[in-house]
Write a protein of this length. Structure first.
Length: 147
């Protein structure tokens, strides 16, 4: 298992449109580009020259955010923007080519936004083995349902 920790507040993926003559293209905002670079640099440190992982992978991302003082103690989850999928794309793009060859290798994805005393990003990548026979079977047997 490969574990990567990036201290500081996480920045979500954000794109903006840039006009080039008659065409437009989407580019990262400066904040997203800088944060993607920090994740990439930290991944390079952790991998220390190892080749990217091959085969199906599980990716776990935990985004730790500071709890505002105005929030009640019973509130445990930051159910506000930005969305977790915006973080996911940025992290997957930053790790591509360093930790894994292509983000299409990700077959299991778990993403959490949590509240804590520090702001940081935790990433874990691990190879997936063969699924158990019961887990690989479909939930519905379509052949029986058609009969």
């Amino acid at each position: 298992m490969i574990r990567i920790t990036v201290p500081g507040p996480a920045t979500p993926e954000r794109k903006r449109q840039v006009r080039q003559g008659a065409w437009t293209r989407r580019v990262d905002t400066p904040q997203a580009r800088d944060y993607k670079g920090r994740v990439y640099a930290r991944a390079c440190e952790v991998m220390d020259g190892q080749l990217p992982l091959e085969g199906p992978l599980a990716l776990t991302i935990t985004i730790w955010r500071l709890k505002p003082r105005s929030w009640p103690k019973r509130r445990l989850w930051p159910d506000s923007r930005p969305d977790v999928d915006n973080y996911t794309k940025l992290v997957a793009d930053a790790l591509t080519g360093v930790v894994f060859r292509d983000d299409a290798q990700i077959c299991r994805l778990v993403v959490e936004k949590r509240l804590g005393s520090l702001e940081l990003l935790e990433v874990a990548v691990e190879p997936l083995g063969d699924p158990a026979p019961a887990a690989a079977a479909p939930l519905i047997d379509w052949a029986e349902e058609d009969a």
